[in-house]
Write a protein that binds this ligand. Structure first.
Ligand SMILES: [Zn+2]
Ligand SMILES: [Zn+2]
Length: 240
C-alpha cells in the first residue's frame, strides 16, 4: 500500500514541482485557453496535428488517396470513423509520453480542450452522445499508475460532454505491442468485457490514447455493438 502511494506521488512529482512550466520548453506558461495544462502557446504550434482530408476509417491524413488510405481500403471492420488529433511523432509524441507516464497528468486538460475543438464533435454536444473510455490494464492501476484515458474523459465534462465506463479490461491480458494485426485483434477480443449488460440509448464515441492498428478499438466496439449499443466512432490522441 505504502509502496503504491509512493509510486503514485513519485510519478506525479513533475506536476507538483513545475506546475506552470511548459512540458516541452520549460518556460512559464502564461494565459492559454487550456490553462492550467503545462504547455505554452509557441510549443503548441509545433505539434503534429492531423489536418484533413482524413481517411474515413483510421482518420490518418490522406496524401493522394480518396476517402480511404491504402491500409484501410480493403478492411472489413465494425468500427468506422476513428479520429486521431495528432500523428504520434515529434513534439506531439513527447507530450503524450509525458502524460502517459504520469509525469504531467494535468495535460489531460489540454487534450480535453483539443478534443472539444474537433470539427467532427463541435455542434454535436448533446445528451445523445456518450464517451466511453477504453479502460487501462488492471495491473497498471494496482501499481498506483493512473487511468489516463479516464482522466481525459473526466476533464471533458467541463466542455459539456459526459462519459460512461462501460468496459472492463481483464487482468492477465497480454500487451499488444509485439503482435501482428490479426493476433492483435484476437488478443484484444479476449482482453475486454462489458462492465454490465445494460445498454445505452445514446450514440457511443470510444476514447483512447494512441491507436496503432485499431484492434483494441475494434474489439471494444464489437463488444458494445453485440450488446445492442450504437458506436458512432472513436477519438484518440494520436495515430501511430
Ligand atoms: Zn513551450
Ligand atoms: Zn486509413
Amino acid at each position: 500500500m505504502m509502496d503504491s502511494i509512493f509510486r503514485k506521488a513519485n510519478a506525479q512529482t513533475l506536476d507538483y514541482i513545475f506546475p506552470q512550466h511548459c512540458v516541452l520548453c520549460g518556460s512559464i506558461v502564461s494565459a492559454v485557453s487550456w490553462s492550467p495544462a503545462p504547455l505554452c502557446a509557441s510549443c503548441e504550434r509545433t505539434l503534429e496535428f492531423i489536418k484533413g482530408p482524413r481517411c474515413k476509417h483510421c482518420g490518418r491524413e490522406l496524401i493522394s488517396e480518396l476517402e480511404y488510405c491504402m491500409d484501410c481500403r480493403n478492411l472489413q471492420t465494425s468500427l468506422t470513423h476513428i479520429i486521431p488529433i495528432f500523428s504520434f511523432r515529434g513534439n506531439a509524441a513527447s507530450l503524450i509520453h509525458a502524460f502517459k507516464t504520469g509525469q504531467r497528468i494535468s495535460l489531460a486538460r489540454y487534450f480535453a480542450y483539443r478534443i472539444s475543438m474537433l470539427d467532427e464533435l463541435v455542434g454535436n454536444i448533446s445528451t445523445s452522445i456518450c464517451l466511453v473510455p477504453v479502460p487501462p490494464r488492471p495491473e497498471k492501476l494496482k501499481l498506483g499508475q493512473f487511468d489516463q484515458v479516464g482522466t481525459i474523459a473526466e476533464s471533458l465534462i467541463e466542455y459539456g460532454y459526459h462519459y460512461k465506463k462501460m468496459l472492463l479490461r481483464l487482468s492477465g491480458s497480454s500487451q499488444q505491442k509485439l503482435l501482428d494485426r490479426a493476433s492483435r485483434l484476437k488478443n484484444a477480443s479476449l482482453s475486454y468485457t462489458l462492465l454490465s449488460e445494460k445498454k445505452t440509448m445514446e450514440r457511443i464515441i470510444l476514447l483512447d490514447d494512441v491507436c496503432t492498428t485499431g484492434a483494441t478499438l475494434e474489439a471494444c466496439a464489437r463488444l458494445l455493438m453485440q450488446n445492442g449499443n450504437e458506436v458512432a466512432g472513436a477519438i484518440v490522441l494520436a495515430a501511430d
